[in-house]
Design a binder for this molecule. Structure first.
Ligand code: T5A
Length: 209
């Protein structure tokens, strides 16, 4: 393989990305792939520090533009230190969230114009885009109920339902524009049914390569 495969998992709060990431990793490993599991914001020392600021600075008001730029600062480091080297070595990079989250949260949720995000995406990423994105879609209330069973909400989880409705719609709009790359998984179903949908996509897209 001259270049590995870049797979991202996306979705609103509590949609089941982290849960299904384990399932996807195991499926890929059974198929004989070497898998690098990572996440955004995060994935590097700098990225994890930025994540801490973005998720846990509850008293700090961060302007939407600054929030977006911090996401891309972490991403730039992540691409240079983790993603590109792994892909160049023929590995599969499995990433919990990537730039679609910026379009959904900072674009849809915060209302930043998508042209701004496009410009920075092109600058930071060059031609790097995910080969496959699994979008775990769930109605906002149901996702928040699942996520709410954990501890203290982070800075994003404190947003209201309207914010998450815009996030969900932005994700679905992107999936409608790029149906070959972005596959929508009905995440409101039982875990077994969700895994069945994920397996069908992996068999088609990954085994088919
Ligand atoms: N962000 C990120 C931006 O704003 N812009 C960006 O560019 C980027 C990259 C990151 C935050 O940063 C924001 C978005 C986020 O708010 P995060 O930790 O990556 O935070 O994201 P969260 O959405 O907070 O992650 P969650 O852990 O809430 O959601 P998951 O991973 O989708 O959900 P998961 O797997 O933990 O599942 C939640 C609960 O549901 C159960 C699980 O067991 C768990 O208890 N569950 C199911 N229950 C029943 N049926 C199923 N099918 C189930 N699937 C899972």
């Amino acid at each position: 393989m001259s270049r590995g495969l870049f797979i991202t998992l996306e979705g609103g709060e509590g949609a089941g990305k982290s849960t299904n990431l384990v399932f996807v990793r195991q499926w890929l490993q059974r198929e004989g792939h070497e898998v690098v599991v990572t996440r955004e914001p995060g994935g590097t020392e700098l990225g994890e520090r930025v994540r801490d600021i973005l998720l846990h600075s509850k008293q700090l008001h961060i302007a939407p533009e600054s929030e977006m730029l911090l996401m891309f600062a972490a991403r730039s480091e992540h691409i240079a230190k983790v993603i590109r080297p792994a892909l160049a070595a023929g590995k599969v990079v499995l990433c919990d969230r990537f730039t679609d989250a910026t379009y959904a949260y900072q674009g849809g949720g915060r209302g930043l114009p998508s042209e701004r995000i496009v410009a920075i995406e092109n600058w930071v990423q060059g031609d790097l885009r995910p080969d496959l994105t699994l979008l775990f879609d769930i109605p906002v209330e149901a996702g928040r109920e699942r996520a709410g069973q954990r501890g203290e909400p982070d800075r994003f989880e404190r947003e209201d339902n309207e914010f998450f409705l815009r996030v969900r719609q932005a994700y679905l709009n992107r999936a409608a524009r790029e149906p070959a790359r972005m596959r929508v998984i009905d995440a409101s179903r039982s875990l077994e049914q969700v895994e069945r949908q994920v397996t069908a996509v992996l068999e088609e897209v990954v085994r088919g390569r």
